[in-house]
Write a protein that binds this ligand. Structure first.
Ligand SMILES: [Zn+2]
Length: 436
């Protein structure tokens, strides 16, 4: 669906009164991606191509958009600032992601939902608005989905699609064990023990996403074949495992301080499952792009336990070697690298108790720290207690804002105590106590 917009005319309200003819034209072409549209209540993308036919450089400085029903704006507007250069005679393409609300589809029926809005450009000393209108159809799968239930994890897919997967039963059993492992690590039982469902849905901008408690993992129909290929080759469906990991952040508000920490935590649970599941039939693929310590010539298939170390242990080295980088630039994988090293020293036991400490705080009705610094200081305080070690120097080596005074302040604020009496039977590795 592409809607060509009329050329811009400068708005006298927004800048000097300059004639559109003298300025030439800045145009916006908008395209719905994918062209078939977006799932009801789901996400989709739109590409905007800016073309500058004027004799002056132009810069997109902002945009706004809204849904339109029968030609009238419907619901809240969204948008924001931009800083995108459009060279003279040139073209710049940008894209945005939005959600297609169910009520917009209902209100637009039997017509096609329309998104409208405008971009603001700064060109030759003036501001101009260029309007756009874009049809966004509701996308549906070509057939109804069918749910296949495991003990904890279900696959809900088009029958014609899932019939291609000969290893369905084996992978579903393995996914149940992934769930068991994540429960063992965290102690949490997400969505009251209801089935975690991986549901095929129309194409969207990602591989899969989690959209709130009680909802399935929305799996992009266009990406399923590659997962099936992996499963048939004995490669773990890592994207699914990662998304299941997100479900286990029942107390996530206590240890999240941004998207890097959220993604680290999903992979964290993936790694625990990869390391501890007795069934080693599913392997992991390592691509030679992550660290200097392990650089195979080609993609290699590893036992998932080795993959964890090959992928994560050295990933933090470039950060450590660059003093200009502050702790708030740590990527998900770099954060993971830091904590994975602690696991190699102390095992997973302190981290099991770390999750249960937050659960205890929740039950006591306590309130989580409100700043990223407070969040990492509380993480450090709990891990110092649970490892029976002074971890402040290692947090500081990673330039995290943690001092002994901060740890002490957290100990005064929260009832952090060793939960060492608590046991996980299947965990053979014991926490190493530092001899003091
Ligand atoms: Zn994620």
């Amino acid at each position: 669906m592409a809607v060509k917009t009329p050329s811009a005319s400068p708005s006298s309200a927004d800048g000097p009164d300059t004639s559109g003819a003298a300025l030439g034209q800045v145009t916006v072409d908008s395209v719905c991606v994918p062209a078939e549209g977006w799932m009801a209540g789901g996400f989709g993308k739109y590409n905007f191509a800016f073309r500058n036919g004027t004799e002056f450089p132009a810069r997109a400085t902002g945009w706004r958009a809204y849904w339109e029903v029968e030609g009238i704006p419907y619901g809240e507007e969204w948008g924001g600032d931009l800083d995108i250069e459009v060279p003279i005679g040139g073209e710049t393409v940008t894209s945005e992601i939005s959600r297609l609300p169910v009520d917009v589809i209902e209100e637009s029926s039997p017509g096609i939902p329309v998104m409208a809005g405008a971009f603001t450009f700064h060109c030759n000393g003036t501001h101009m608005q260029v309007h756009f209108r874009l049809e966004v159809p509701e996308a549906r799968l070509p057939e109804d989905t069918q749910l296949f239930c495991g003990r904890h994890v279900g696959l809900e897919m088009m029958p014609s699609h899932i019939s291609k997967l000969s290893g369905k039963d084996a992978v579903m059993q393995w996914l149940d064990r992934v769930y068991d492992a994540m429960h063992e690590l965290t102690g949490y039982t997400p969505i009251d023990g209801n089935l975690v469902i991986i549901k095929e849905c129309p194409e969207h901008p990602w591989f899969a996403y989690v959209d709130g408690a009680g909802l399935p993992i929305f799996m992009n129909t266009k990406r399923i074949d590659s997962v099936f290929d992996d499963i048939e080759r004995g490669i773990a469906p890592s994207g699914w495992v990662h998304e299941i990991g997100h479900f286990f952040d029942v107390c996530g508000k206590w240890y999240f301080w941004g998207s890097a920490s959220v993604e680290w935590q999903a992979n964290w649970k993936l790694c625990y499952a990869y390391e501890t599941i007795p069934d080693r039939s599913f392997k992991a693929v390592f691509s030679p792009n992550k660290n200097l310590a392990y650089w195979p010539e080609h993609e290699v298939v590893l036992d998932a336990r080795q993959w964890v170390d090959a992928y994560f242990l050295f990933t933090g080295d470039p950060y450590l070697a660059d003093p200009a980088r502050k702790w708030d630039t740590l990527s998900s994988d770099e954060l993971h690298s830091f904590f994975q090293r602690l696991v190699r020293v102390y095992g997973w036991e302190p981290f099991k108790r770390w999750y249960r400490t937050y659960d205890r705080f929740e039950k006591l009705g306590l309130t989580e720290p409100k700043t990223p610094e407070g969040t990492i200081q509380l993480i450090a305080a709990i891990l110092c207690k649970e490892t029976d070690s002074d971890l402040v120097p290692v947090f500081q080596r990673w330039r995290m804002p943690v001092t002994r005074e901060d740890v002490e302040a957290m100990n005064n604020k929260y009832p952090i105590k060793e939960t060492r009496g608590w046991e996980v039977k299947s965990e053979a590795r014991r926490c190493i106590r530092r001899s003091a």
